[in-house]
Ligand binder design. Structure first.
Ligand code: SF4
Ligand code: SF4
Length: 188
Protein backbone atom coordinates (compact mmCIF):
# COMPACT_ATOMS: atom_id res chain seq x y z
CA UNK A 1 0.00 0.00 0.00
CA UNK A 2 1.30 3.47 -0.91
CA UNK A 3 1.93 5.76 2.08
CA UNK A 4 2.22 9.55 2.15
CA UNK A 5 5.76 10.87 2.49
CA UNK A 6 4.76 13.87 4.60
CA UNK A 7 2.16 14.88 7.19
CA UNK A 8 0.70 18.37 7.01
CA UNK A 9 1.47 20.01 10.35
CA UNK A 10 3.38 22.92 11.86
CA UNK A 11 4.00 23.49 15.55
CA UNK A 12 3.14 27.08 16.47
CA UNK A 13 4.71 26.77 19.92
CA UNK A 14 1.54 27.46 21.85
CA UNK A 15 3.11 25.39 24.70
CA UNK A 16 -0.09 23.49 25.43
CA UNK A 17 1.84 20.19 25.33
CA UNK A 18 4.46 21.50 27.80
CA UNK A 19 2.02 23.05 30.26
CA UNK A 20 -1.22 21.06 30.15
CA UNK A 21 -0.09 17.58 29.10
CA UNK A 22 1.73 15.15 31.39
CA UNK A 23 5.02 14.02 29.80
CA UNK A 24 5.61 10.28 30.19
CA UNK A 25 9.27 9.34 29.71
CA UNK A 26 10.64 5.83 29.26
CA UNK A 27 13.59 4.76 31.44
CA UNK A 28 15.80 5.39 28.39
CA UNK A 29 14.49 8.97 28.23
CA UNK A 30 15.19 9.40 31.94
CA UNK A 31 18.81 8.32 31.49
CA UNK A 32 19.24 10.79 28.59
CA UNK A 33 17.94 13.59 30.82
CA UNK A 34 20.35 12.59 33.61
CA UNK A 35 23.19 12.66 31.10
CA UNK A 36 22.27 16.14 29.93
CA UNK A 37 21.40 17.74 33.26
CA UNK A 38 23.49 15.82 35.79
CA UNK A 39 20.40 15.68 38.00
CA UNK A 40 19.22 12.61 39.84
CA UNK A 41 15.87 11.26 38.55
CA UNK A 42 14.33 11.95 42.00
CA UNK A 43 14.71 15.64 41.17
CA UNK A 44 12.53 15.56 38.05
CA UNK A 45 10.43 12.37 38.15
CA UNK A 46 7.12 11.90 39.93
CA UNK A 47 4.76 8.95 40.16
CA UNK A 48 1.10 9.66 39.48
CA UNK A 49 -1.92 7.73 40.71
CA UNK A 50 -4.92 7.13 38.40
CA UNK A 51 -6.80 10.12 39.80
CA UNK A 52 -3.86 12.39 38.91
CA UNK A 53 -3.75 11.51 35.21
CA UNK A 54 -6.43 10.94 32.59
CA UNK A 55 -6.42 9.32 29.16
CA UNK A 56 -4.24 6.38 30.18
CA UNK A 57 -5.93 2.98 29.91
CA UNK A 58 -6.32 0.95 33.07
CA UNK A 59 -4.52 -1.93 31.35
CA UNK A 60 -1.60 0.16 30.09
CA UNK A 61 1.50 -2.03 30.62
CA UNK A 62 3.53 0.74 32.27
CA UNK A 63 1.46 1.01 35.46
CA UNK A 64 3.64 0.21 38.45
CA UNK A 65 1.79 -1.85 41.03
CA UNK A 66 2.56 -1.30 44.71
CA UNK A 67 0.10 -3.02 47.01
CA UNK A 68 -3.40 -1.79 46.15
CA UNK A 69 -2.22 1.31 44.29
CA UNK A 70 -1.00 1.96 40.72
CA UNK A 71 1.47 4.61 39.56
CA UNK A 72 2.75 6.02 36.29
CA UNK A 73 6.22 7.49 35.92
CA UNK A 74 6.03 11.10 34.68
CA UNK A 75 8.10 14.26 34.46
CA UNK A 76 7.30 16.52 37.38
CA UNK A 77 4.98 19.34 36.52
CA UNK A 78 3.16 22.15 38.23
CA UNK A 79 -0.52 22.64 37.48
CA UNK A 80 0.10 26.33 36.67
CA UNK A 81 3.60 26.47 35.18
CA UNK A 82 3.72 23.07 33.49
CA UNK A 83 6.67 20.74 32.91
CA UNK A 84 9.65 21.10 35.24
CA UNK A 85 11.88 21.56 32.17
CA UNK A 86 9.92 24.44 30.67
CA UNK A 87 11.86 27.68 31.20
CA UNK A 88 9.42 30.13 32.74
CA UNK A 89 11.09 33.16 31.16
CA UNK A 90 12.13 32.04 27.68
CA UNK A 91 9.25 29.49 27.43
CA UNK A 92 11.66 27.02 25.82
CA UNK A 93 12.38 23.40 26.69
CA UNK A 94 15.61 23.40 28.72
CA UNK A 95 16.40 19.78 27.79
CA UNK A 96 15.53 20.09 24.13
CA UNK A 97 18.26 17.71 22.92
CA UNK A 98 17.30 15.13 25.55
CA UNK A 99 13.53 15.61 25.64
CA UNK A 100 11.50 12.36 25.75
CA UNK A 101 10.65 10.72 22.46
CA UNK A 102 6.95 11.14 23.21
CA UNK A 103 7.46 14.92 23.37
CA UNK A 104 9.02 14.71 19.90
CA UNK A 105 6.17 12.61 18.53
CA UNK A 106 3.38 14.85 19.88
CA UNK A 107 0.74 15.24 18.36
CA UNK A 108 1.30 12.45 15.81
CA UNK A 109 -0.20 9.00 15.85
CA UNK A 110 0.56 5.96 13.74
CA UNK A 111 -1.98 4.71 11.23
CA UNK A 112 -2.07 0.98 10.62
CA UNK A 113 -3.78 -1.28 8.12
CA UNK A 114 -6.25 -3.91 9.30
CA UNK A 115 -3.45 -6.45 9.56
CA UNK A 116 -1.35 -4.08 11.70
CA UNK A 117 1.10 -2.95 9.01
CA UNK A 118 2.45 0.58 9.07
CA UNK A 119 0.34 2.94 6.93
CA UNK A 120 1.67 6.36 7.87
CA UNK A 121 1.04 9.09 10.42
CA UNK A 122 -1.95 11.25 11.27
CA UNK A 123 -2.62 13.84 13.96
CA UNK A 124 -4.32 13.06 17.27
CA UNK A 125 -7.54 15.06 17.36
CA UNK A 126 -8.09 14.96 21.10
CA UNK A 127 -4.86 16.31 22.61
CA UNK A 128 -5.71 20.02 22.68
CA UNK A 129 -3.04 20.83 20.07
CA UNK A 130 -4.43 23.45 17.64
CA UNK A 131 -3.19 21.23 14.75
CA UNK A 132 -2.06 23.93 12.36
CA UNK A 133 -1.64 22.47 8.87
CA UNK A 134 0.58 25.12 7.28
CA UNK A 135 3.73 23.01 7.24
CA UNK A 136 4.99 19.53 6.42
CA UNK A 137 6.81 16.91 8.48
CA UNK A 138 8.66 14.02 6.82
CA UNK A 139 7.14 10.61 7.56
CA UNK A 140 10.61 9.09 7.30
CA UNK A 141 11.82 11.14 10.30
CA UNK A 142 8.69 10.40 12.34
CA UNK A 143 8.95 6.71 11.61
CA UNK A 144 12.57 6.59 12.77
CA UNK A 145 11.56 8.29 16.03
CA UNK A 146 8.56 6.05 16.45
CA UNK A 147 10.57 2.86 15.95
CA UNK A 148 13.14 4.02 18.47
CA UNK A 149 10.38 4.78 20.94
CA UNK A 150 8.73 1.38 20.38
CA UNK A 151 11.99 -0.34 21.26
CA UNK A 152 12.34 1.70 24.44
CA UNK A 153 8.69 1.07 25.30
CA UNK A 154 9.23 -2.70 25.00
CA UNK A 155 12.22 -2.52 27.34
CA UNK A 156 10.16 -0.34 29.70
CA UNK A 157 7.31 -2.85 29.77
CA UNK A 158 9.72 -5.71 30.48
CA UNK A 159 11.16 -3.80 33.44
CA UNK A 160 7.68 -2.99 34.76
CA UNK A 161 6.75 -6.69 34.59
CA UNK A 162 9.75 -7.55 36.78
CA UNK A 163 8.91 -4.72 39.20
CA UNK A 164 5.27 -5.76 39.43
CA UNK A 165 6.24 -9.36 40.21
CA UNK A 166 8.12 -8.23 43.31
CA UNK A 167 5.99 -8.88 46.39
CA UNK A 168 7.83 -6.75 48.97
CA UNK A 169 5.03 -5.07 51.00
CA UNK A 170 7.25 -1.98 51.47
CA UNK A 171 7.84 -1.53 47.73
CA UNK A 172 7.45 2.10 46.60
CA UNK A 173 7.14 3.38 43.01
CA UNK A 174 10.41 5.31 43.52
CA UNK A 175 12.16 1.93 43.81
CA UNK A 176 11.52 1.46 40.08
CA UNK A 177 14.20 4.05 39.31
CA UNK A 178 16.91 1.85 40.83
CA UNK A 179 16.07 -0.83 38.26
CA UNK A 180 17.58 1.23 35.44
CA UNK A 181 19.59 3.98 37.12
CA UNK A 182 22.63 3.26 39.28
CA UNK A 183 23.66 6.03 41.59
CA UNK A 184 27.15 6.59 40.16
CA UNK A 185 27.90 9.79 38.29
CA UNK A 186 26.73 9.50 34.69
CA UNK A 187 29.36 10.44 32.12
CA UNK A 188 28.27 12.08 28.89
S1 SF4 B 1 0.31 21.78 21.41
FE1 SF4 B 1 0.84 21.54 19.22
S2 SF4 B 1 1.21 23.64 18.44
FE2 SF4 B 1 1.23 23.73 20.69
S3 SF4 B 1 3.43 23.50 21.22
FE3 SF4 B 1 2.53 21.46 21.30
S4 SF4 B 1 2.88 20.57 19.24
FE4 SF4 B 1 3.19 22.80 19.09
S1 SF4 C 1 10.47 17.83 28.36
FE1 SF4 C 1 10.53 19.72 27.17
S2 SF4 C 1 9.26 19.28 25.34
FE2 SF4 C 1 8.74 17.71 26.90
S3 SF4 C 1 6.97 18.57 28.04
FE3 SF4 C 1 8.85 19.17 29.14
S4 SF4 C 1 9.36 21.23 28.37
FE4 SF4 C 1 7.93 20.27 26.90
Amino acid sequence: MRTNQTVRFKCHHCLHCCTDVVALPTPWDVVQIVRQTGRHPDEFIEFLTPDEISNVDEDDPTWLICGDERYLMALQRDSKTGCIFLDQYTRACTIYEARPLLCRLFPFRVKETRDGSFRGFALHNDTGCPLHRNGTVAVHDLRALYERDMKHQEDYEDLVKVFNRQTDPDKRPEDFISMFYLKQPVSS
